[in-house]
Design a protein around this ligand. Structure first.
Ligand code: 5GP
Length: 298
């Protein structure tokens, strides 16, 4: 008869596979916090909600060193200050320790609070390859009441792109003229190559009619809109995880190794700017994300 204390071989194999999977998940979560795909507070919330999850079983020491600008020395001082033992797991913290950790995180990395009184001018921005264009196209397809702004650009049309529908394709002289004439709400050079800008007149006309206007532009443009129209609603599109963003960049397969590395670096910098935005939407599913952005636009 089998010893009842020893799990059968199959169970042990399954348990060890589970352990490997959770370890992998924890490593991915650490990357998500380090690259700011999720906030440290979000990880803490997940750990409390489910102490057996990847977040819950993460060592407090690993959690702290995943945070920006925290090395081992700083980590140990923080743990001493918060009176948390270094052997603790995030999901195993006591109520007082959780509250102290939360206060510390809020002090260092405050989470943005959605602001009231936003206008119907909605900006959708986010890191490279997160899928802004696809989400914007889904919004345009399902919400004809929302005007998707058509930008001017100095790049040449790709196959299938229609002038006046996807972009206004203009040359440098015309782009200069538009800037001079004050016809653009914002403009920027994207990926160090071509210039892109948002024509102001159609936006003003649509807003005057009470319509919602959606701009799908890059980060530099989003900042200019914030400065020009401080009550605009700024939405940041997030990838479901850092690994997924990398996959999407690689998946495109259109860039060489050097360009890929450059874009990943850019994506990290871009993710770090999410605190400037009023809302954060995770692009886990295009239709769902589009519906969420559209609901913010009302
Ligand atoms: P693509 O050339 O692939 O269509 O677009 C490249 C990038 O330009 C995208 O990240 C897009 O968000 C950005 N972009 C498109 N139109 C505008 C615009 O009017 N202003 C700014 N600042 N960026 C834009």
């Amino acid at each position: 008869m089998a010893d009842s204390r020893t799990p059968p071989e199959v169970d042990r194999a399954a348990a060890s596979r589970r352990a490997v999977a959770v370890r992998r998940e924890r490593a991915a979560l650490k990357r998500d916090v380090a690259t700011r795909v999720i906030t440290p507070q979000e990880l803490l919330r997940r750990a409390i909600a489910d102490p057996a999850s990847a977040a819950g079983t993460m060592r407090i020491t690993d959690f702290l060193t995943a945070l920006p600008a925290i090395g081992e020395g700083k980590r140990d001082r923080i743990l001493a200050d918060l009176e948390i033992s270094p052997v603790k797991r995030v999901g195993g913290l006591g109520a007082r320790q959780r509250a102290a950790l939360r206060r510390f995180l809020d002090g260092r990395w405050p989470e943005p609070t959605p602001r009231e009184g936003r206008s119907r001018l909605v900006v959708l921005a986010g890191p490279t390859a997160v899928g802004k264009g696809t989400v914007a196209a889904a919004i345009a397809a399902h919400h004809p009441e929302i005007l998707l702004s058509v930008s001017a650009t100095t790049r040449t049309p790709r196959p299938g792109e229609v002038d006046g529908e996807h972009y206004y394709f203009v040359d440098d002289a015309e782009f200069d003229r538009m800037i001079e004439a004050g016809e653009l709400l914002e403009h920027a050079t994207v990926h160090n190559r071509f210039r892109y800008g948002t024509p102001k007149a159609p936006i003003d006309a649509a807003l005057a009619q009470g319509r919602t206007v959606l701009l799908e532009i890059d980060l530099q443009g989003a900042r200019q809109v914030r400065a020009a129209a401080p009550d605009a609603t700024l939405v940041f599109l997030l990838p479901p995880s850092w690994d997924e963003l990398v996959q999407r960049l690689v998946g495109r397969g259109t860039e060489g190794e050097e360009e890929r590395a450059r874009r990943l670096k850019t994506a990290k910098v871009e993710l770090a700017s999410q605190g400037e935005f009023d809302h954060h939407v995770v692009n886990d599913d295009v239709t769902r994300a589009a519906a969420e952005v559209a609901s913010l636009a009302r």
